[in-house]
Design a protein around this ligand. Structure first.
Ligand code: SF4
Ligand code: SF4
Ligand code: SF4
Length: 300
């Protein structure tokens, strides 16, 4: 990782020197090493604070939303999942490709800093080599869009059948499924961390922040919680790039990827072949943003 970190800094320094970028998005070194955090460098001197290590798990593309309305030329380092986030933003016309210089890192899998904190406090037992949950089932460790690539290409990190957990839910009766999700969503404290961490949640005004009219109650009642997750799911259909950040950062461990994986499976089955954020083609739109006369509608 040290070699990758040094290489990223050297490329970024060259980009600042050549006047090709105004800012650079990556990670800031911290102590202990699992406290590394996303960082926006605004000069070559700022690169001194930057690093890349086994805990650089956050989706770096999310930070492009902070710069979407500016004119800065942006350098950014991405792993496989982060690069799919860039495709999401390009397709959603939230950023222009010509503003970006993308350094891709072939990702060997990351560790979860939140688990490291819990392990440090004795709350969980984590093996030294254990990858983050989201990295144990990663289809796309290699960036799908980049200007420069670092590292050896990696095979997918799949520890089981991709949709095994979704199929287990599909095999339940309607009542069982309802009870399962009712129990999970009852735990939700509506902190909206899953929204804030989500690259596909790029609306400028979120229905959940509006007060007049107030579309959804702000209490953490089970029915309002279910409405939040239902609306978010509808907005993610065909758009979620399965980065897993929402589930990783949920403070009450709600298995949000069950929903996101189901959406990916069904978008591909009904409207595919389609996987969100796998490649960028100018003018390309997400599967559910286009209409075909023969689109399936039996399930409506
Ligand atoms: S999900 Fe894949 S690309 Fe993203 S951090 Fe994990 S292994 Fe790397
Ligand atoms: S992060 Fe978890 S607790 Fe917070 S709003 Fe999302 S699902 Fe609810
Ligand atoms: S819904 Fe979750 S997995 Fe999907 S893009 Fe958003 S944060 Fe990533």
């Amino acid at each position: 990782m040290k070699a990758i970190s040094d290489k990223i800094k050297s490329i970024a320094a060259g980009l600042f020197d050549a006047g090709k970028i105004d800012v650079f998005i990556g990670w800031e070194e911290n102590h202990p090493d699992y406290a590394i955090r996303p960082y926006i460098a605004r000069s070559k001197a700022d690169l001194e604070h930057m690093a890349f290590n086994q805990y650089a798990i956050h989706n770096s593309s999310t930070y492009l939303l902070k710069l979407r309305d500016g004119q800065e030329r942006i350098g950014i380092v991405v792993k496989g999942c982060d690069s799919r986030g860039i495709v999401r933003l390009l397709e959603d016309r939230q950023i222009q490709r010509e503003r970006l210089y993308i350094i891709g890192v072939c990702c060997p899998g990351m560790k979860d800093p939140l688990l490291a904190i819990k392990a440090q406090s004795g709350l969980v037992d984590v093996k030294e080599e254990e990858l983050a949950v989201k990295c144990q089932n990663c289809l796309v460790p290699n960036p799908v869009i980049y200007d420069e690539l670092i590292g050896e290409k990696q095979p997918p990190h799949m520890s089981g059948e991709r949709f095994a957990k979704v199929k287990a839910i599909e095999n339940m009766s309607y009542d069982e499924r309802y009870q399962f999700f009712e129990k999970e969503f009852a735990k939700c404290i509506r902190c909206y961390a899953c929204r804030q961490a989500c690259i596909a949640c790029d609306c400028r005004t979120c229905i959940y922040d509006e007060m007049r009219p107030q579309w959804v109650g702000r209490e953490t009642s089970t029915s309002d919680n279910m409405m939040y997750h239902l609306v978010k799911a509808l907005h993610m259909a065909g758009r979620c790039i399965e980065c897993g950040e929402c589930e990783r950062i949920c403070p009450v461990d709600i298995p949000l990827m069950l929903i996101n994986n189901k959406l990916a499976k069904d978008a591909n089955h009904f409207f595919g072949p389609y996987e969100a954020g796998m490649s960028y083609v100018e003018g390309q739109k997400p599967a559910l943003s286009v209409y075909r006369e023969d689109d399936p509608d039996d399930f409506i």
